[in-house]
Design a protein around this ligand. Sequence first.
Ligand code: S3P
Length: 425
Amino acid sequence: MLKIDKANKIQGEITVPGDKSISHRAIILSSISRGPSRIEGFLRGEDCLGTIDCFRQLGVDIVDKGSIIYVHGKGLGGLREPGDILDVGNSGTTIRLVSGILAGQNFFTIITGDESIRQRPMDRIAIPLRQMGANIHARGKGNLAPMAIWGGDLKPIDYTLPVPSAQIKSAILLAGLYTKGETSIRGGGKSRDHTERMLGAFGANILFENNLLTLRPSTLYGQEIQIPGDISSAAFFIAGAAVLPGSHLRIKNVGLNPTRTGIIDIIREMGGNIEIDNQWMSGGEEIGDIIVRGGKLRGINIGGNIIPRLIDEIPVIAVIAALAQGKTLITGAEELKVKETNRISAMVEEMNKLGIRVKELADGMEIHGPNKIHGGQVESHGDHRIAMALAIAGLFANSPVKIKNSNCIGISFPGFEESLKKIAK
Ligand code: S3P
């Protein structure tokens, strides 16, 4: 159980752990490249460590030296049939991206995950991967995990995504590496583009323009990868500091890929003060320091194209909307219902327990601020981002907020409590 007390301000200079999306992709692409890769800044959270386990089971030699991970890539054709079921734990990115690779393997694998993963839709990847020629058997109507995959002999497709999802796009791209022709993907919109960027950095023949992604036959070569801090982890502190007058926070070396910075745009639109400093590039990704000064925020409408650029930050955006002056309307965010938990209903239920006026909508929420937040006991629903968003609410509550089942925070942000306690004064 995590207990959070009221704070007067958020102040200091910190770093956050490595980007989760980029950490997964660094292991995946280096495993199927030729030659060695060196990965620095890897997120040592449960989800990404699970991706390492999967590739070890697929025969890749991965040496974990703590701050640096060395991967001895096997090349596209070098993976071997695992001797047991692959278990991705809680990680949607692992199951969907690894399935893309398994679709290209001429061997048999069963892939599954925890209770949350076994309820999340896999038809979004099973449908296109079957169209490419993979044999995929899954549970129930929604194509749920466990999935049994026997791949090989794939043909390329021209596919329009039903939702702008980076995980679907990436699964198809990874399977596309195992075809002899041109794979085209449309409709990715503003979903995160780390796979495309990293494929380019590993030497793939990939083009991305507006809404069309094209991949041609490629060989990948091992690289040195520097992983930036995760803006989705930084988001909790950015949000807390922005809405707490007197705060002044610098978060160093955070990934600033434009497909991930929707939270900065939204907080600025709410009247918040955020600056970017020391910007540089590494491995095709923008990195920089984020400086936040606290002040009063106002409610706004959040919807449309910006949603994929802040999808994982909506739980904490809901918390600051509760503190802002006026109404905040979040729409077009139905994808939140199929994340680690239904993040719309979970946030509405838990925010109500803290006395916040919030209404559940079919595709988002309506929040009326400002609210006086009460203390009390809330529940993470086993979802790391719900747990951390509620912790930020605790900084503003008139008595302590206790978050049950908070150990799920280790999925994406080991050390969250220590970091928060360092900057919350
Ligand atoms: C992720 C993509 C997003 C995001 C998830 C990580 C990724 O999901 O919510 O936490 O690493 O590709 P979708 O692509 O399904 O929207």
